[in-house]
Design a protein around this ligand. Structure first.
Ligand code: BMA
Length: 311
């Protein structure tokens, strides 16, 4: 069964299952980026001893992945912050001016946002816990704005957070973050409980395309779906369009059934500049990784045509 929008699921979904990593309980909510003529990723792996870490993966075709059996162990210059990021989840990767920045959620007295940088995905340098608890879904923009870095984030709580609005903030140095601006919060239906930024936004002629997750609550728990917004190119806290209809919602068995049922959690995209094909990598039911394709132009059209009349 497949719900229709402009995305088509990869016919061999789920793309990556826990079988990819020895000792994995689940592998999901993971980020991938182009790297030279290949691809790299930072994968969320929950292990059979209850651990939860970030594993580097490499691929020649972005479909078949070789994922490190051991989690990243990034040297931490601030021991007070605890090990980074042996316990980490929901990574995002942004390439800015030739350096790759990883943001993830860790447990520093509650969910906080860690950030590290790398050029080769072998040596990582820890930057800081850039946002204190309680926060999730920190996603960097892929370029600076008048010299400032920009980042989405979502203040949360120590648990499963029955609320959540998306904010954007800026920093001159990636360490000190301020100028927090509200972007948008929950609206009706599939996104009525909380929203959070997904993949690194894509700059288009029509504004920043931001794919995000929206959550609704039912009598048996949350349902996570994916939608998208177009944001102003210079002031991305200004929402131009935002989907009233979802782009992707859990309908397939692997999205419906898993450690956390009914979750489609968008985390990364790969854009083929030549063909305009957008590949969306998303977590499925907190258990495995799915892939879906759309034409970038079709996604933009969908967002414009299926938007709320006001934000
Ligand atoms: C969020 C995060 C995600 C997870 C989702 C659904 O709060 O923990 O990692 O996919 O809940 O369980």
């Amino acid at each position: 069964m497949t719900n229709g929008s402009v995305f088509t699921r990869y016919e061999k979904n789920p793309l990556i299952t826990p079988a990819a990593v020895p000792g994995a309980n689940t592998i999901f909510n993971s980020a991938v980026v182009p790297f030279g003529d290949k691809y790299v990723g930072v994968f969320r792996v929950d292990t059979d001893d209850g651990g939860c870490g970030l594993h580097v993966g490499r691929s020649k075709d972005a479909l078949n992945w070789d994922i490190a059996p051991r989690p990243l162990d990034i040297p931490n210059p601030y021991p007070v912050l605890g090990p980074q990021p042996m316990f980490g989840y929901d990574p995002r990767i942004a390439e800015i001016e030739g350096t790759y920045y990883v943001t993830w959620c860790n447990e520093y007295h509650g969910p906080a946002i860690g950030m590290a940088k790398t050029k080769d995905f072998k040596a990582f340098e820890f930057i800081e816990n850039v946002l204190p608890p309680f926060n999730r879904n920190a996603v960097l923009f892929p370029r600076r704005f008048n010299g400032q870095y920009l980042m989405f984030h979502r203040p949360s709580d120590p648990g499963h957070t029955p609320f959540g609005d998306i904010f954007v903030c800026s920093s001159p140095d990636l360490v000190h973050w301020g100028h927090h601006r509200w972007v948008f919060g929950p609206r009706g239906g599939w996104q009525s409980k909380k929203v959070g930024a997904g993949p690194v936004p894509i700059e288009t002629d029509e504004g920043w395309l931001m794919i995000y997750h929206g959550v609704k609550i039912t009598c048996s728990g949350f349902i996570y779906s994916a939608g998208a917004a177009l944001l102003d190119r210079d002031e991305p806290w200004k929402v131009l369009y935002r989907t009233r209809r979802y782009l992707l919602a859990p309908t397939e068995y692997y999205e419906r059934v898993g450690d956390v049922p009914n979750v489609v959690f968008p985390v990364a995209t790969l854009l083929d500049q030549k063909t305009g094909r957008l590949a969306l990598y998303y977590g499925c039911a907190d258990t495995c990784i799915g892939l879906a394709y759309a034409q970038l132009g079709d996604v933009i059209e969908f967002v414009k045509r299926n938007s709320f009349s006001s934000n």
